[in-house]
Design a protein around this ligand. Structure first.
Ligand SMILES: [Zn+2]
Length: 494
């Protein structure tokens, strides 16, 4: 009897607590930072139904309370440029603080297939551009495989082998066929037009302008890896950036230039001043960089068509196979370049001095260009926080967060209004949140061990669902949702 009374007493005691449990989850007492409003203060964050409902100094109660004191609570990082769309890559991205990773540089070869393959199976949010590279390959009768699941890494094959489909100019009819295909890909949910012009050197200046016209027709941006990263004219990075800024000016399409660090290398600061100039004239031009001196790409792609050594000022030995660490020779390069099997190769073409000038530049947002084989896949965001914020003191923590969350969200906002709820730690925003220890966050991936996950991210929330809990990936949760372009969104709302 006494036990029963005691139990009833406990029940009574707990009732008011139950009714006050208004949040699914509370992040308690963290240093809450929002780059848009400038909020940087100890606050409690209440989350319900995937949204940030309350940010307050008052104590909040929730079904779960995470003690975040001593930790930074910030908007989850948005990676506009991630080729590794497989689960292994998503896991290391999550441990690097990333809540959305999108394939926008080139784009998946088949938007509908890409979206279908990820639906209900994604740890973090995803999305893709419509691929000009793939549209061109299809029109030339050498289509890229659409299959995502069957590929070696689980990520789509995005770059064609160098050949007629990449190197020959298109007829006006072929250009129109590409535009037709891209329209269909945008209708399927593409967020932008993705152009890897260096991978399709046969594309004339007019073909490029025509693709920008198509993007402008849909009021969507073009993401581009520009025509050349050369150090001298013709084929210099200066010429290449002039081409795409010109196409943006002619057509009105917003322009995002990917990896300015590797595309412009030693001329990076000049390229950034050209973007500044274009913006000062009212053009919508943005850019991004990753914090490493090496790039990585397909060794049989048109990027390595004859003349690449002279153009970039690098040699065979600057190319390294990621899995073995083998430096290429002429003979080995020829063998791999001519192969039908796509192998990735690390390209050591930049200097630390240049990367250190590019990353802190106020126009530069952070994007990883990640894929399995390069440490940037796992380490980009933690590396910026460890090296540029903590060790070198070259960027304030708030500015780093702006480069990783708000700026990419604003860029994505050109493609979808859903992005306005992302990249912000504000009431009403999506609960895509990273909770990390600013004193210890570090990348651990190296060229020898590119998939070693970062340390220091304690919790990661994707749409309110905890996917990293006390520093570990939560198994079997797939809260990642598609970010869709207006073509698909209007179809859904019809
Ligand atoms: Zn690229």
């Amino acid at each position: 009897m006494r036990k029963l009374i005691f139990a009833l007493f406990l029940l009574l005691l707990s009732t008011p607590v139950v009714s006050a449990q208004q949040f699914d989850l509370v992040l308690d007492g963290g240093r809450v930072m929002d780059p848009e409003t400038g909020l940087d203060a100890v606050r409690n964050v209440g989350i319900r139904d995937g949204k940030i409902v309350r940010i307050s100094s008052d104590a909040l109660s929730g079904r779960r309370v995470v003690h975040a004191s001593g930790l930074v609570v910030a908007p989850g990082f948005i990676d506009l440029h991630e080729h590794g769309q497989d689960m292994a890559s998503q896991r290391v991205k999550a441990l690097d603080g990333v809540t959305a990773a999108l394939e926008l540089e080139i784009g998946a070869p088949d938007v509908a297939q890409f979206l279908k393959s990820k639906e209900g199976r994604s740890l973090i949010h995803y999305g893709t551009s419509a691929s000009h590279v793939a549209a061109r390959a299809a029109v030339f009768g050498a289509p890229l495989p659409a299959e995502v699941i069957g590929s070696q890494s689980g990520s789509p094959e995005i770059l064609p082998k160098s050949g007629p489909a990449t190197d020959q100019p298109a007829t006006p009819e072929q250009i129109e066929a590409m535009r037709e295909r891209l329209r269909a890909e945008l209708d399927a949910g593409g967020l932008a037009v993705g152009m890897g012009i260096e991978y399709t050197p046969g594309a004339t200046r007019l073909e490029v302008i025509d693709m920008f016209r198509l993007a402008a027709e849909r009021r969507l941006p073009v993401y581009t890896h520009m025509r050349s990263g050369g150090v001298a004219d013709p084929g210099s990075s200066i010429e290449s950036i002039s081409e795409v800024i010109g196409a943006a000016a002619i057509t009105g399409a917003p322009l995002h230039i990917v990896h300015i660090n590797s595309s412009c290398a030693r001329d990076s600061l000049e390229c950034l001043s050209m973007i500044e100039g274009a913006r000062a004239r009212g053009l919508d031009v943005t850019t991004e960089a990753y914090p490493y001196i090496a790039g990585m790409t397909a060794v049989n792609s048109a990027l390595f068509n004859p003349g690449w050594r002279e153009k970039r000022g690098i040699d065979y030995g600057d190319l390294v196979l990621p899995d073995t660490g083998e430096h290429l020779t002429k003979q080995r390069f020829d063998e791999l370049h001519n192969s039908n099997t796509t192998r990735w190769v690390l390209v050591f073409s930049n200097t630390q001095e240049i990367v250190d000038k590019v990353i802190p530049h106020p126009l530069v947002m952070i994007a990883s260009d990640g894929a399995e084989g390069h440490p940037r896949n796992a380490g980009t965001y933690s590396r910026v926080l460890a090296q540029y914020v903590r060790e070198k003191g070259m960027i304030s923590l708030m500015d780093a967060l702006r480069k990783m969350s708000l700026m990419p969200a604003e860029m994505l906002g050109r493609s979808t209004p859903d992005a306005r709820q992302k990249g912000r730690l504000q009431e009403g925003a999506d609960a895509d949140i990273v909770v990390f220890d600013a004193a210890t966050i570090s990348d651990r991936s190296t060229y020898a061990k590119p998939m070693d996950p970062s340390v220091g991210v304690r919790y990661l929330l994707v749409g309110g669902t905890v996917v990293v809990d006390e520093g570990k990936i939560v198994p079997d949760v797939f809260p990642g949702r598609a970010l869709l372009g207006p073509g698909k969104r209007s179809a859904l709302h019809r």
